[in-house]
Design a protein around this ligand. Structure first.
Ligand code: FAD
Length: 463
């Protein structure tokens, strides 16, 4: 047994972290403030976005823990091989993500979380050195990092339990904070170490809308199930991801002022009918108005911080360490990648957690900054650039060059979503280099064309 570990948060990243550490031989207890989501009457079914896209980085981590577990956990995914762009008239145009049938996978967030919790129960302690258990309705209240001069002194964590008058205090060798964007672990870590921290709300809110399965007995999907649908309208947009039952989870993203100005049935109906006429048909006008008026309006938050750890006693991962806007579909994938990297570092350091945590902070920060900036930039790509001819030209050129040059020319989306061996910061650097080459090539082409035109004019040629 490598030590007793408390994981704070049984969300997607906390559950995966727990499984990975138990597999490595730690005794893991995961503490979660919510009730068990599998208990229909008490579970919090009102989770954020109903579905999300899982891609290679996330899948690699699940496979690292156990390839068969990955198969089980991801049994109900739907591949999305590209974007489907919906214009104002309802015309649809496909933009494939990759050349070789690459896809990202739509999965129900609740199902994924429940599948992971189920895997925790399946964990066979007889076959493994480690162990894992989950304690629901335990809210982290306090972290005491122990005696500074004694690196082996335990961390004492205090939890408030639902329906109990007394708090519970427990000691662990280390704690992993996977308690999301508003992390309590991070708050205590920030008091212990000189943590740089920044938080930024972007001026976009999101509202979830639901596209029901189609009535057609021969096809339960009313639009393609193998695309991520986008209605790009610059300042605001609608997206939709498929669910296996034929429905789609659609999300409206728009500035707060605009969203909050749409109050009455008439305002909402007229806005959506003008901007997303085909989506209104898919959702149904009354349902749409009701959902827009009543569904929660979510805010989008970016958090960066560093360091991520204190000695070998505490580390934060997932949204607790790097909350990002959802436009690259990487928040969870990046959190899963944290788990893989942390596990590899623990192995490499022969399970000396201080060395592993130190190396995590040192190596991971530039990647996290890179993916945060990519995520922010991708709003513009999804909501506006996808309709620009220059963007389509660049995408086509990327495709041709990638086909001709293989790994010597890699589209940015491919590096981020379909490759799990290129760190995010390297993907950014490679793209910047490719962008420079495109600019030089573009400049040279324009120059050559201008020279040819001038030469032609001089020779009295009609152009
Ligand atoms: P969370 O999911 O926030 O889980 C944290 C857990 O900690 C929660 O269960 C919480 O109850 C618990 N907790 C909090 N405080 C305490 C406490 N004091 N004590 C005990 N427990 C506590 N990512 C993708 O990869 N692909 C996508 O397509 C995608 N789409 C998204 C769409 C939207 C609209 C949004 C908002 C996000 C999207 N994301 C996506 C991001 C993704 O949802 C997050 O990155 C991911 O959920 C982070 O997981 P986490 O476990 O770190 O945090």
């Amino acid at each position: 047994m490598k030590g007793n570990v408390a994981v704070i948060g049984a969300g997607l990243v906390g559950a995966v972290a727990g499984l990975s550490l138990a597999q490595e031989g730690y005794n893991v207890t995961i503490f979660e403030l919510r009730a068990d989501p599998r208990l229909a009457d008490t579970g919090d079914k009102n989770l954020r976005s109903i579905n999300l896209a899982v891609s290679n980085r996330g899948i690699r981590t699940l496979r690292m823990i156990d390839p068969q577990m990955a198969e089980r956990v991801l049994a109900d995914v739907l591949p999305m091989k590209g974007r489907m762009i919906h214009d104002l008239k309802g015309n649809q145009a496909e933009q494939l993500y990759g050349l070789y049938g690459d896809a990202i996978y739509s999965i129900d967030r609740g199902v994924l979380n429940e599948n992971l919790l189920h895997e925790i129960e399946l964990f066979d302690e007889a076959k493994n050195e480690g162990s894992i258990q989950t304690k629901f309705e335990h809210k982290l209240l306090n972290v005491d990092f122990g005696n500074d001069s004694d690196k082996d002194s335990p961390v004492e964590v205090t939890f408030r339990r639902k329906n109990h008058n007394d708090d519970v205090r427990l000691k662990f060798d280390m704690i992993i904070g996977a308690d999301g964007a508003h992390s309590t672990t991070r708050a205590f870590l920030g008091k212990k170490v000189r943590m740089d921290y920044s938080q930024q709300y972007i001026d976009k809110c999101y509202v979830e809308l639901y596209i029901p399965p189609s009535d057609d007995p021969n096809n339960k999907f009313s639009i393609s199930p193998n695309h991520l649908h986008i209605w790009p309208r610059r300042d605001f947009m609608l997206i939709a991801l498929p669910n296996t039952d034929g429905s789609f989870t659609s999300t409206f993203f728009g500035p707060w002022k605009l969203t909050e100005s749409l109050k009455t049935k008439e305002q909402i109906s007229s806005f959506f009918s003008d901007q997303f006429p085909d989506a209104v048909n898919l959702i149904g006008e009354n349902t749409l108005v009701h959902a827009f008026q009543n569904n929660p309006k979510g805010s989008l938050l970016q958090v960066t911080c560093s360091p991520y750890h204190f000695k070998g006693k505490c580390i934060i991962i997932g949204d607790a360490a790097h909350s990002m806007v959802p436009f690259y579909g990487q928040g969870m994938n990046c959190g899963f990648e944290d788990v893989r990297l942390l596990t590899e570092l623990l192995k490499k350091s022969k399970y000396v957690s201080e060395d592993a945590f130190e190396a995590f902070t040192e190596t991971r920060h530039k990647d996290l900054l890179a993916i945060l900036s990519l995520a922010l930039g991708n709003y513009h790509e999804m909501s506006a650039k996808v309709t620009s001819n220059l963007y389509k030209l660049r995408k086509a050129a990327d495709g041709v060059l990638h086909k001709l040059l293989g790994d010597h020319w890699l589209p940015l989306y491919t590096m981020v979503s379909f490759r799990d061996d290129i760190p995010y910061h390297e993907a950014l650097e490679i793209e910047a280099h490719q962008q420079r080459l495109v600019s030089i090539f573009g400049g040279v082409s324009i120059l050559s064309a201008s020279v040819a035109i001038l030469y032609g004019l001089k020779r009295g040629l009609k152009i």
